[in-house]
Write a protein that binds this ligand. Structure first.
Ligand SMILES: Cc1cc2nc3c(=O)[nH]c(=O)nc-3n(C[C@H](O)[C@H](O)[C@H](O)COP(=O)(O)OP(=O)(O)OC[C@H]3O[C@@H](n4cnc5c(N)ncnc54)[C@H](O)[C@@H]3O)c2cc1C
Length: 396
């Protein structure tokens, strides 16, 4: 199954996504046409379990398919992550958790609604959790609040950097149940439809990279959603975040793909085989050969960590597996940008013209380290602390 999925995405990527990527980037426009193609191929249901009509990809399969997508269009792969996670978290990851019989029954009802929207209606989901506070870093309750109302929830708040803003059919909002004592344990994951009264998309979008993600601000003002807007039963998101930490490294496959694309570009360019370019070879210079060898080594090291970590991902990982996840996320995000840097330095001035993809790869790759909750900095923070302290240890 994996080979077939990768081949399908590679074909779409090469024939459709790569030729369109430049224009999405220039216009900072959402890749609607790519999503039409993904829908037509049944790939919107990639992580929807098979018994609900999806393709049933597990965590590692998702990561490998997403890395292939990232090779051809970073913005499509990054936004596809937000959509795919809505199925991955509610499907295979939730199935792994220690839930009560009532929670399982509720989960079954909730996700049936959710998956039907994806499979039958071709709906796409966004995943806005950032708020410009410690919440998206996983260190405080979300400031967006959901108050229990008759038959549903009343939602108020603000989300920044909402990729797929204005393009998603549903926004998978992470928010806190509005009670006198607010706790991260009371995180709710609610699907808010794009046309819900009280939902506004604001602000402009003119960033350095990942321009096609169109990650604008969402204002949520007295939005009412019914009880079945919950994507997970109460308390289950918190359990998943604690027991399935690899759920936060699903953004890294996009950047694994970008790293591969930077290397591919370099080889093609130095061989004088870049489409649309004069067939000038530059491969005979020893410095370029050494640079490509260094790129190959860095890419192989990155890929090896990626493969090992996604295969090790599971519920209740060991300490070592958790630390490896931080180290892998850090390595992919930083190395993707470094490989793009090396690619530009090695290929030379003409390679960074906007008519070629390398310049876009370079800008897109810079965004990887900024993605909460596992930014490069926060991975270092966690590694530093968790290597030196066991759970509950202090210096008091
Ligand atoms: C292209 C792009 C697409 C995005 N799409 C989405 C999306 O779809 N959904 C979504 O929810 N978010 C999305 N984000 C947002 C992203 O995950 C971060 O929330 C955002 O980049 C944070 O920016 P900030 O300036 O508010 O960072 P700040 O919160 O100011 O943080 C700056 C840095 O400080 C560190 N830091 C932050 N909080 C803490 C803390 N409590 N303790 C220690 N260190 C901390 C982190 O390393 C962080 O990188 C996207 C970002 C980009 C660039």
């Amino acid at each position: 199954m994996l080979d077939d999925l990768i081949a399908r995405v590679a074909r779409l990527g090469q024939e459709k996504f790569a030729p369109r990527a430049e224009q999405y980037d220039r216009d900072a426009r959402f890749p609607f046409e790519n999503y039409d193609d993904l829908r037509a191929e049944g790939l919107l249901g990639l992580c929807v379990p098979k018994r609900y009509g999806g393709l049933g990809a597990d965590f590692a399969t998702y990561c490998r398919v997403a890395a292939e997508m990232g090779r051809w269009c970073g913005a499509t792969a990054l936004t596809f992550n937000m959509h795919a996670c809505s199925a991955l978290w509610t499907g295979p990851l939730a199935d792994d958790l220690d839930l009560s019989a009532e929670q399982r029954e509720e989960l079954e009802k909730l996700r049936t609604v959710h998956y039907q929207r994806i499979i039958k209606d071709g709906a796409i989901y966004a995943q806005p959790f950032s708020e410009g506070s410690a919440a998206a870093a996983g260190k405080a309750p979300f400031g967006t609040l959901a108050k229990k109302a008759e038959g549903g929830w009343l939602v108020n708040g603000k989300k920044i950097f909402a990729s797929l803003s204005g393009a998603a059919d549903y926004y998978g909002i992470l928010c806190t149940e509005d009670r006198p004592e607010r706790s991260m344990r009371d995180t709710l994951y609610l699907a808010i439809p794009k046309d819900a009264p009280g939902l506004t998309v604001t602000g402009d979008w003119d960033p350095l990279g990942m321009r096609g993600t169109v990650s604008r601000t969402l204002i949520l003002k007295d939005i009412f959603v019914p009880d079945d807007a919950q994507l997970l039963p109460r308390g289950v998101y918190f359990k998943a975040a604690s027991a399935w930490p690899h759920m936060f490294m699903t953004l890294s496959p996009t950047y694994m793909g970008i790293a591969q694309a930077a290397y591919d570009f370099t080889v093609q360019y130095l061989r004088g085989e870049t489409p649309g370019q004069p067939p000038i070879r530059r491969r005979m210079y020893p410095t370029k050969q050494i640079a490509v060898a260094e790129m190959y080594i860095k890419l192989s090291q990155t890929r090896a960590l990626f493969e090992r970590t996604i295969d090790a991902a599971k519920v209740n990982p060991s300490k070592r597996e958790r630390l490896d996840a931080y180290a892998t996320q850090y390595t992919i995000m930083e190395n993707a940008n470094d490989l793009c840097r090396l690619a530009i330095r090695t290929c030379g001035g003409q390679s960074m013209l906007k008519s070629l993809p390398l310049e876009r790869l370079y800008r897109d790759s810079r965004c990887g380290s900024l993605m909460l909750p596992w930014t490069a900095e926060l991975c270092l923070d966690r590694l530093g602390r968790e290597t030196l302290y066991e759970a509950g240890e202090t210096d008091e």
